[in-house]
Structures are given as structure tokens and as C-alpha cells.
Design a protein around this ligand. Structure first.
Ligand code: CP3
Length: 365
């Protein structure tokens, strides 16, 4: 009757053999034996697909994130087409921040744009804590999807405090994160207040998705690689830890992802991740030495390789599957999101190739 009851029932259901909690994707996240290396693609739901462009033709990005029927359809499109091992909820990292009262839009070709960038303690105070009622469309979309997806796991996600703070302080995308870092170094108290508030919003947002039945969550700290390890540990790690360690008892694997994070991989694992995302700059065997034996890895094909001839793609996929064997668990993915100009047929072939070259002659089960 209540959401709690439904949420718990959904999670209990997942624990069944053959349910999403027993899928190759979730098993790899947990470092359990798998029949093949699972694969999904960051930004698989999006502009590389003609069926996505068609459905989005007359609907704004934020509006499409708030319509459960559209969210469900767009999330399912790449699963039907590519045979990937997981779906990722169609949404955007700024959705919970908008629900918390920040005036923003997602501008095509630019990304999130914030009307009044954060400058003062009053600006931070205006970011309200959120609950399920503020994002009921996400709760509804996840429930629709879990019912529709059957044994395929659904990944929920949120932006991490640093990456969200960067958009809020810069007012939009930034190459240097100069205003963000100026606030971080110059007004550390204000910085920590902002990140603490964002961590609270993010934790609530992920809890809503977990209660509604997602099988895993990914925290995107896309821009964390802009920091040295010392500054990451001092200014960012405590807040990302609030989010990830705050979900330790939630019963779903937690993936922690960033770009340009070769020096941060160990720290990103320590934040409370079960899986650490790795970009294409660090080979997976090297990455796993930095991360340690207690965590799985996810990655790490350079998304631009998908624009190269198939023989190049094939060589790279085989190398990554091989290097992934050094890790205690490997989820194949790109090192960052699918580029809009990618031929979707190449993605389908990559998913099939990963399954083929990683298939274990399984005596299991
Ligand atoms: O991965 C998926 O398939 C799920 C969907 C998803 C989107 N955004 C949809 C989207 C996810 C997981 C995100 C996360 C996100 N959003 C991140 C973290 C991941 C990363 O790429 O580093 C970041 C930094 C954002 C912020 C953002 N939103 C950017 C930089 C852009 C691109 C701007 C542009 O138009 O080039 C967006 C818009 C956005 N988010 C689109 C999609 C499909 C494109 C909007 C459109 O189709 O009109």
C-alpha cells in the first residue's frame, strides 16, 4: 500500500535467481562469477538513436525527464536495439537540483544553464532538501521501467556534489572550472556548505530511485578530474562519501564515475563505491592495481574509437576485455558518454562482441 512496502517488495523480488539482482551486470558489480562480461554504454539513451531524436522532436529536455511515459520509452530504446546488459534511467544530473528550486534549463548543444549562479550563503540556503513528492515523476518512471524490464537491471543515477557545484557556480558548462575553484579555495566554508547541501539532495534523490526498484546506482562526478588528489580528498571526498556511504545499507551496488581521474581512482573507491568507473587514459589492469581488490571496475573504451573502422574497434574491445580480466569484476562500458554522431549499429556490434569474446565455458548453475 505505501511506497515503502512496494519498494521493499520490489527489492525482495529482485533477489530471486534469474531476477535483475542475479543478472551478469549486478553479479560483476559484486565481483561474483559471470557467464560473460556485462556491457552497457553511458549515454546509450540519447542522440545517437534516430528513434530518440524522433520522440524528442518537439519536447524540451527537462520536460521529457518529467514525463514518466517518455522516460520509460527512451530508457528502453537502447535495450531493445543493442541487447545491453543494463538500462540506465533517462534523466539528467540537474533534474534533482531543479526539483530543489534552482532555476535552470538544459540548452541544446550547450548543456545545463543556471539563471542565477551560486555566490552566497543565501544562494545555498535556497537549495531546498527534496523528498519523493518533489520528484514523483522519477518514482513513477522507475516503477514503470522495473515492471517492463523483467530480468534486465535498471541503473539509477545522480550527479556528484563537485560536478553539480561546478554547474551551479559557473552558471553553465566550463572548461577550466575557474569560478568553482576560486570559490573552493577562497571561501572554503561556503564551498563545504554548498557541497553538503548538494550531497543531501543527491542522497534523497538516489533513495527515491532505490525505493522504486533500481538495481544499482551510478554517481557521476564527470569533472572531478580537474582536481589534484590532495584537493579532491580535502574538498570533495567527504561529500561524495556522504552520498555513497549513506547508501551502504541500501542493498544495491554503487558505481562511482569520473573523467581524467587516473590520480583519483583510489580515493574514488574509498568514497564507498562497489565499482569504480575508469576513462580510456588508464588501462584496466593498471586501474585495478590503484583501486585494489575489493572493488570492480567499469570501462573503458574511448568513445571516439567508435567512429573508427570496425577493425580498430574490434582490436580495442578485445584488449579491454582482456585487461578487464585483471580486475575482480568488470563491467564493459565507454570511458565517457556515447557521442551523438556515433553509428548505433557499431554499438550493437560492440555489445555482441563483448559477449562473444568474454563468454565463459560455464559449468556454473
Ligand atoms: O546515460 C544515459 O543514457 C542516460 C541519460 C543521461 C543524460 N545525461 C541525458 C542527456 C545521463 C546519465 C546524463 C548525465 C549527465 N548530464 C552528466 C554526467 C555524465 C557525463 O556525460 O559526464 C552531465 C555532465 C550532464 C550535463 C549535461 N546534460 C550535458 C553536458 C549535456 C549535453 C549538452 C548538449 O546538448 O550537447 C546535457 C544534455 C543531455 N543529457 C542530453 C541527453 C540525452 C542531450 C539533450 C538533447 O538530446 O537534447
Amino acid at each position: 500500500m505505501t511506497t515503502d512496502t512496494t519498494g521493499t517488495a520490489a527489492r525482495d523480488g529482485e533477489a530471486r535467481p534469474g531476477g535483475p539482482a542475479d543478472s551478469p551486470f549486478v553479479r560483476a558489480c559484486r565481483r561474483e562469477p559471470v557467464p560473460h562480461t556485462p556491457v552497457w554504454f553511458m549515454r546509450q539513451a540519447g542522440r545517437s538513436l534516430p528513434e530518440y531524436r524522433e520522440i524528442r522532436a518537439n519536447v524540451g529536455m527537462l520536460e521529457s525527464c518529467r514525463r514518466p511515459d517518455l522516460v520509460a520509452e527512451i530508457t528502453l530504446q537502447p535495450v531493445r536495439r543493442h541487447g545491453v546488459d543494463a538500462a540506465i534511467l533517462f534523466s539528467d544530473i540537474v533534474v534533482p537540483v531543479a526539483a530543489a528550486g534552482v532555476d535552470l534549463d538544459i540548452v541544446p548543444g550547450t548543456g545545463p544553464v543556471v539563471a542565477e549562479p551560486v555566490r552566497t550563503a543565501e544562494d545555498v540556503e535556497r537549495i531546498r532538501p527534496i523528498g519523493r513528492d518533489d520528484v514523483s515523476y522519477v518514482d513513477e518512471a522507475v516503477r514503470l521501467l522495473v515492471a517492463e524490464l523483467g530480468e534486465t537491471p535498471l541503473i539509477g543515477f545522480a550527479g556528484a556534489p563537485f560536478t553539480l557545484a561546478s554547474y551551479l557556480v559557473e552558471g553553465g558548462p566550463s572548461r577550466t572550472h575557474a569560478k568553482t575553484k576560486a570559490l573552493m579555495y577562497g571561501q572554503p566554508e561556503l564551498w563545504h556548505a554548498l557541497c553538503a547541501r548538494l550531497a543531501e539532495v543527491t542522497l534523497s534523490f538516489l533513495r527515491v530511485q532505490i525505493e522504486a526498484g533500481v538495481s544499482a546506482v551510478q554517481l557521476f562526478d564527470s569533472w572531478a578530474g580537474a582536481l589534484s588528489e590532495a584537493d579532491y580528498r580535502r574538498y570533495v571526498l567527504p561529500h561524495s562519501t556522504t552520498v555513497l556511504s549513506g547508501l551502504a545499507d541500501a542493498g544495491v551496488p554503487r558505481i562511482h564515475f569520473g573523467v581524467g581521474t587516473a590520480e583519483l581512482l583510489g580515493a574514488m573507491g574509498e568514497a564507498g563505491a562497489d565499482v569504480v568507473g575508469v576513462d580510456w587514459r588508464t588501462p584496466l589492469d593498471v586501474a585495478t592495481r590503484r583501486i585494489g581488490p575489493d572493488r570492480a571496475v567499469q570501462g573503458n573504451l574511448d568513445p571516439t574509437v567508435l567512429l573508427a573502422p570496425w577493425s580498430v574497434v574490434e582490436t580495442e574491445v578485445r584488449r579491454i576485455v582482456e585487461q578487464g580480466r585483471a580486475a575482480p569484476g568488470h563491467v564493459f562500458n565507454l570511458g565517457h558518454g556515447v557521442l551523438p554522431e556515433t553509428d548505433p549499429e557499431v554499438l550493437t556490434r560492440v555489445a555482441a562482441l563483448v559477449h562473444e569474446v568474454s563468454a565463459r565455458r560455464a559449468e556454473q548453475g
